[in-house]
Design a protein around this ligand. Structure first.
Ligand code: A2P
Length: 268
């Protein structure tokens, strides 16, 4: 038994030790990985959990990660950045199938359907790895029971960084649970900020100028019908939240559902 496995036996609140099942690198900055899911691990689509590795000292090093797979999946998927000098991601970037990864026991978060009041359109605004919780929600049948249409936006510096969101949305049609329900009801809108792209610019600019709504043929944000989730860097959250509030939407939470919710994407 590994050191981490014996620590788990000694401390029932310690993270569980899971096995890496697959790893896929998209760019030198981004990758996804799948790990085993213990039968006892329950979460709501859109939540995050602590993920990590055991350090040489034997102590766990953990960071918050959104679960990118939906609640019903037998495995857990995560989408991660690689920061060359990041204490965790610089090591996590080298994991291989069969390796051990630590999984926290208490998933939590505000990007959950329960935190939103009923609406017709669901906007999911993301930048960078902020797309991860939306990869979970897009594969959850409840999303399509609660909303008529889902608009998910993903903005990155480079075109190659849009591969994961494109893959997840393209895969919806073959999804055993949401294939039928999602057909014709999901719009993916991507943009790039540091390379030529048909939709150049930050999501905030695309909302402010109205280009986003014109391009997808939808009316601008309406507090009566629209619900919004936002996930990205701290600055992106602040700026996007200001625009959503300007449109008249009120922030919600698990305790008090509202018209929009925000959460910071994992960063280091
Ligand atoms: P930009 O290239 O103009 O900084 P990062 O990889 O740094 O997390 O950035 C992901 C994407 O989020 C980039 O396209 C970046 O644009 C964009 N971004 C950064 N800050 C903001 C902000 N305050 N509002 C909206 N988008 C932002």
């Amino acid at each position: 038994m590994s050191d981490a496995a014996s620590e788990v036996r000694a401390n029932p609140n310690a993270p569980t030790v899971e096995t890496v099942l697959s790893v896929h690198h998209y760019t030198d900055r981004l990758f996804k990985f799948r790990i085993t899911r213990p039968a006892s691990f329950r979460f709501r689509s859109g939540e995050f959990v602590m993920i990590g590795l055991t350090q040489e000292s034997g102590k766990p090093l953990l960071r918050a990660y959104s679960v990118a797979s939906p609640f019903w999946d037998e495995e857990l998927e995560f989408y991660s950045i690689k920061v060359p000098d990041g204490p965790l991601t610089s090591r996590l970037a080298h994991i291989q199938p069969g390796d051990e990864v630590l999984l926290g026991r208490k998933p939590t978060g505000t990007l959950v359907l329960d935190a939103l009041t009923p609406g017709k359109r669901l906007y999911l605004f993301s930048t960078g790895t902020g797309f991860a919780p939306f990869a979970s929600l897009l594969r959850d049948p409840e999303t399509y029971e609660k909303f008529e249409h889902v608009v998910v936006t993903h903005s990155c510096r480079l075109n190659a960084e849009l591969a994961y969101s494109q893959e997840v949305v393209a895969g919806l049609k073959d999804d055993p649970l949401v294939g039928e329900a999602s057909a014709g009801r999901v719009t993916l809108y991507t943009s790039c900020t540091r390379e030529p792209h048909p939709n150049e610019g930050r999501i905030t600019t695309l909302i402010e100028t109205g280009k986003l709504f014109a391009d997808i043929g939808q009316a601008p944000l309406n507090p009566e019908t629209d619900r919004v989730m936002i996930c990205g860097s701290m600055e992106m959250l602040q700026d996007t939240k200001a625009l959503v509030e300007k449109a008249g939407l009120i922030e919600g939470s698990n305790a008090s559902p509202g018209a929009f919710v925000i959460e910071k994407a994992f960063a280091g």
